[in-house]
Design a protein around this ligand. Structure first.
Ligand SMILES: Nc1ncnc2c1ncn2[C@@H]1O[C@H](COP(=O)(O)OP(=O)(O)OP(=O)(O)O)[C@@H](O)[C@H]1O
Length: 358
């Protein structure tokens, strides 16, 4: 396997225990926990079944598998699936990402060094530069690229034949891909967030690999706080394991998991300190909103972008916060979650007046 990638950039709150992205160090830890074949890959039944057919059919025809596009949030297993595709096809894999390919020449260098049948995994494919993207169209369709030599009127295009390969593109934003690129994938798999029972299976499997003694209740407790994401489930398991080892006899029970995750400020629903700070400000300072994003960000001492991109998506997904044209508002579930009582909904209540703009 070959990594051409740069370490992903981190958000200002990128070191959160419940953040969905992984840095280089974590990627190395994760490698040991990756399922090696479709059988071992937990959940995502539909994608797994469809992919199984695509790969089996290609193998029967003795052909290279069709190009595959995987879309879904970070940490749901796109990289893992790309490695499984390569393993199931008995092919090597090359890993790179859109941001690492700034020039068409970067892509030409990678494509021209591929061997027959190799899998090229292109993470964050929506962040590739335009010229590289156009070169990729031809490479995917005709297994050929035109390498431009020289500049200006003297520039010439030298056609370069490529061996057949399988491109696996991954994106968190399928809607951002230009249609000509999307259309060149033979198969698109949409990865969903995982159900708690599926995360429990991920946790039990990882616990076995990490030699952690875990009870069913302990796994359920961690699963409930993992925000539907295997990467977060594995990360929380590692922190709970530390706690169990240092503070108890090492067995992860429900109580041990809950106590450990309370130390790390991850609550029963998977909200961390930042999420709760945003919700608390919204409820306690602004009566549940509506309040403008900038005002909310100042109130919690964070950048606007951090609140919008790091905290809000999960709060919205959980149905705790809504983004409305008049500003952010808390739902009844938010009051409930923080154990607070909403103010009387009278005509003069701030929450009904939209007093807090920004
Ligand atoms: N279905 C699954 N079954 C078991 N483990 C999984 C599954 N999906 C993901 N994991 C584990 O979660 C971790 C993150 O997975 P992976 O790196 O494949 O996510 P990703 O979607 O590629 O994330 P990113 O978009 O950030 O690259 C890995 O350790 C992997 O083993």
């Amino acid at each position: 396997m070959n990594w051409d990638d740069e370490a992903p950039t981190t958000t200002p709150a990128g070191d959160r225990l419940v953040g969905a992205a992984a840095d280089r160090e974590e990627q190395a830890v994760e490698a040991a926990l990756r399922p090696k074949d479709l059988e071992e890959f937990v959940g995502q039944e539909r994608v797994r079944e469809q992919l199984d057919l695509v790969l089996k059919a290609a193998r029967q025809r003795n052909a290279t598998a069709d190009h595959v596009l995987l879309s879904g949030a970070p940490g749901l297993g796109k990289t893992t699936l790309s490695m499984i595709i390569a393993a199931e096809m008995g092919a090597p894999i090359r890993i790179t990402s859109g941001p690492a390919i700034q020039h068409a020449g970067d892509l030409a260098a990678i494509l021209s060094s591929l061997t027959e049948g190799e899998v090229l995994f292109l993470d964050e494919i929506h962040r590739m530069s335009r010229p590289a993207e156009e070169m990729l169209y031809m490479a995917m369709e005709d297994f050929r690229v035109d390498v431009i030599v020289g500049k200006g009127p003297g520039a010439t295009a030298i056609p370069l034949e490529l061996p057949p390969f399988t491109l696996v593109g991954a994106t968190t934003r399928a809607g951002l891909l230009p249609p000509p690129l999307r259309d060149r994938f033979g198969f698109t798999g949409h990865m969903e967030f995982y159900a708690p029972a599926e995360l429990e299976r991920v946790i039990h499997r990882s616990a076995r690999l990490l030699d952690v003694d875990i009870e069913a209740d302990g796994a359920a407790e961690i699963a409930g706080r993992s925000r539907g994401t295997p990467r977060i489930a594995n990360r929380l398991l590692r922190r709970v394991r530390d706690y169990a080892q240092v503070k108890t006899d090492g067995v992860v029970t429900r109580e041990v998991a809950a106590r450990a995750l309370a130390v790390y400020e991850v609550d029963a629903r998977g909200l961390d300190r930042l999420d709760r700070a945003v919700l608390t400000a919204l409820l306690k300072l602004f009566g549940g909103g509506p309040v403008g994003l900038s005002t909310l960000a100042v109130a919690v001492g964070e950048e606007r972008e951090t609140v919008e991109e790091v905290a809000e998506p999960f709060l919205v997904r959980e149905g705790l916060l809504a983004r409305t044209p008049r500003g952010r508002i808390a739902t009844p579930a938010a009051w409930n979650h923080l154990g607070l009582v909403p103010p009387q909904q009278s005509a003069g209540a701030p929450g009904q007046q939209g007093l807090f703009g920004g």
